[in-house]
Design a protein around this ligand. Structure first.
Ligand code: SF4
Ligand code: SF4
Length: 413
């Protein structure tokens, strides 16, 4: 999240707490203001804060999460409210650098900076943090967080295809069930798991359908608008209702004709937490249209549902999350398979890979991704390495423009 404490949707227009005004002439959901197709999602942080405070007052625990490998379904089955704490603000990074190395992923530093400054109200109200062993930077940052914050760390197996990985992951999730039972005094039954699976499946399905709007030649939304249609807290009923309203208005429609002339881009790589959308904005401000994002703030975590009627719902949950194709896995063949599916469904003309500074797993995996995009998909590829500082925005824009020139040149006879 960006540093939105005390701010609201009327903040300054350049404030990352306030998503940019939506361009284009998409048909508007009926209960939405004429200049605001995103509706309540333009107030996502205040809405989540309001929801979390009411839940806490009602006795529900708040559980902070920092990665898509944490199964929200298990936390919800314990009656808790999972809240994503991933930092997207450059403003908290200097405070983090008192403990963390400068040359570290900005997502990790920003998240930790909120801890140091106490500026993330969700973190301050959290009864527990659930984290997992993903990249080294996160893993070691969690040790520092756990000095003063209650934390449970799941050990994520990193060879997902190994026969022992599933059993290990399942044991870790059983351990989480036990921790939640002891800490919050609630029994996590199969029925409760099935209910939370159904709730998350509903949200995933609605978000997939919104993502699918981008397959149109002239999509009714921009990539940035799709990115903004997500929430730090899943399954808030008003959010799901807003998704349904948007879909009722936009499915089967087209956006402005100029969108058909933009360069269709698949964005791959690291997630873009709330407040760190700069590279997507640069791509779309320079003639591109992000028709799909394969990252953790895009389609990756919502592509696969969970069978709520499986004999063992905890095993079904374990399977879904172990399939998540993050670069911390080795090998991570699922990511290339996902990229292939997105290319077939969304017809991109190029692939842009975003790698946060010092993210070694995504940076090294970029070599495989580039080769796959070039040789298998036959598309131009651009890798952008950056952090949360806007200092290189002009340079990134020049590189994006050059990529788009290449794409446009290859369209000509
Ligand atoms: S990119 Fe990997 S480590 Fe980061 S949130 Fe996604 S699954 Fe977790
Ligand atoms: S972007 Fe890379 S370095 Fe940063 S938290 Fe995710 S996996 Fe770790």
């Amino acid at each position: 999240m960006s540093d939105c404490r005390g701010k609201n949707a009327d903040s300054h227009p350049t404030d990352s707490c306030r998503p940019p005004a939506c361009r284009g002439a998409a048909k508007l959901p009926p209960d939405t203001a004429p200049n605001d197709p995103l509706g309540r999602f333009s107030r996502m942080i205040p809405n989540c804060l309001d929801y979390a405070r009411r839940a806490k007052d009602a006795g529900r625990p708040i559980v902070g999460i920092m990665c898509e490998y944490t199964p929200r379904e298990i936390l919800m089955a314990a009656g808790a409210v999972p809240v994503c704490l991933c930092g997207g603000s450059a403003g908290t990074i200097p405070a983090a650098e008192s403990d963390l190395p400068t040359n570290l992923c900005p997502l990790i530093k920003s998240t930790y900076g909120y801890h140091v400054t106490g500026k993330n109200p969700f973190l301050e109200m959290a009864d527990l943090l659930v984290a997992e062993t993903t990249c080294d930077g996160k893993k070691k940052m969690y040790e520092l967080l756990s000095r003063t914050r209650p934390m449970h760390v799941l050990e994520l197996p990193q060879k997902p295809d190994h026969p022992a990985a599933r059993q290990h992951w399942l044991a870790e999730l059983r351990g989480l069930v036990s921790v939640l039972k002891d800490r919050f005094g609630v029994a996590i039954t199969d029925d409760r798991l099935r209910d939370s699976i159904r709730a998350m499946n509903r949200e995933r399905s609605l978000r997939r359908r919104i993502g699918a709007l981008m397959a149109a030649d002239a999509p009714p939304l921009t990539g940035r608008q799709v990115l903004d249609l997500k929430s730090s807290i899943s399954c808030i009923e008003e959010d799901l209702a807003q998704y349904e309203t948007i879909l009722a208005a936009l499915e089967g429609t087209s956006g402005p004709a100029e969108r058909a002339a933009r360069v269709r881009v698949v964005l791959t790589g690291v997630p873009l937490p709330h407040g760190a959308e700069r590279v997507m904005d640069i791509v779309e401000a320079n003639g591109g249209l992000v028709v799909a994002a394969d990252n953790c703030t895009g389609l990756k975590p919502i592509e696969e549902d969970i069978d709520a009627d499986a004999d063992n719902p905890l095993e079904a949950i374990a399977d879904k999350y172990l399939h998540l194709p993050c670069s911390v896995m080795t090998p991570n063949d699922g990511r290339l398979a996902l990229l292939g599916r997105l290319a077939a469904a969304y017809r991109p003309q190029c692939v842009v890979e975003l790698v946060w500074q010092a993210c070694l797993t995504y940076d090294i995996e970029a070599t495989r991704v580039r080769a796959f995009v070039d040789q298998t998909l036959g598309l131009p590829y651009l890798r952008i390495g950056t952090d949360y500082s806007p200092s290189d925005s002009s340079r990134i824009a020049v590189r994006v423009e050059a990529l788009f020139e290449t794409v446009r040149g290859s369209r000509r006879p």
